[in-house]
Ligand binder design. Sequence first.
Ligand SMILES: NC(=O)c1ccc[n+]([C@@H]2O[C@H](COP(=O)([O-])OP(=O)(O)OC[C@H]3O[C@@H](n4cnc5c(N)ncnc54)[C@H](O)[C@@H]3O)[C@@H](O)[C@H]2O)c1
Length: 332
Amino acid sequence: MKTAVIGIGYWGPNLIRNFLSSGSIEKVYVYDINPSRLDFIKRRFGEVIVAENEDSIFNNKEIDIVAIATPVDRHFNLAKRALEMNKHVWVEKPYTTSAEQAEILNNLAEEKGLNIFVDHTFIYTGAVRKMKELIDSGELGDILYFDSVRINLGLFQSDVNVIWDLAPHDLSIMFYLLNKKPTAISANGIANYYGHENVAHISVYFENNCFSHFHVNWTSPVKIRRMIVGGTKKMLVFDDMENSEKIKVYDSGIEMKEKEGIYNALVQYRIGDMYSPKLVQTEALTLGVEEFITSIKEKRKPLTNGDDGLNVVRILEASHKSIKQKGKLITL
Ligand SMILES: NC(=O)c1ccc[n+]([C@@H]2O[C@H](COP(=O)([O-])OP(=O)(O)OC[C@H]3O[C@@H](n4cnc5c(N)ncnc54)[C@H](O)[C@@H]3O)[C@@H](O)[C@H]2O)c1
């Protein structure tokens, strides 16, 4: 297969490196509106073919896949043109700037029998795959809550707020792990420096008393990348700042007992052993590229597809509405 990567800023080179090292990709075309990025990438990867402009990529019949790693406001137009020209499409997170755009792309791909891969990279990490395995095996019991913190002194994005920048990672992990449909959301945040919020909290509600919370912040003095998943049987902590032992499973829980005859609840704590499972170390993007190519060959949707992109964008959109109304509950 032959692929093209459009947008060679911070993330694009990682896509190029992984496409080049995939045994299934023969050629990688590249394009960026900034010529200095093209000079840079040619020096770094001599084997890439620099395209003159976007059209020369869309019109090139030998290109099977177009990967888009530009800022989010360009994803829709570029992805739509690529699909119209019969290319399979890889789109960076967040998929689009609205659910309406995501639906248009998903329908177009469906009509044309093409694949859309949305780069929810974390789904391909050893840690998230292990969490999924633990939850699906029933080891944690029923999931009660999902609590995520992703904060640091982060790079302010000029086009989006902190939610659109950081929360897609955690929201995609939540959807993958819980496999439940959210019913409502509420979000709060503040823009201290310019129009876009730099600190935000999102609450997502599910049926059966299950709840998720996300804290994202570009202005925290410390870097925290931590998730807690609480189950009726066990609980786990995923700390991505740990070099080893990123996941810890706690045999801890709480039981409510009623005193005989009196309707007075007694909380009983169970604090048992903790263990840290071994994780697969393969780079997530390598597995993402492999999954995308295999899904095209097998004519099936990839693990992280346009529907997953749409689910995340729906929450991002709803959180924007909620923030502007000081945390108003938005029913989904
Ligand atoms: N999956 C991940 O973990 C991950 C990590 C970082 C960024 N991203 C995503 O990747 C995308 C790019 O982020 P980035 O940090 O690399 O941004 P960036 O600003 O560093 O790079 C974007 C590049 O796109 C180019 N560009 C803009 N419009 C273009 C157009 N119309 N045609 C061709 N090139 C164009 C710019 O010149 C720039 O070089 C975003 O959607 C971002 O959210 C994903």
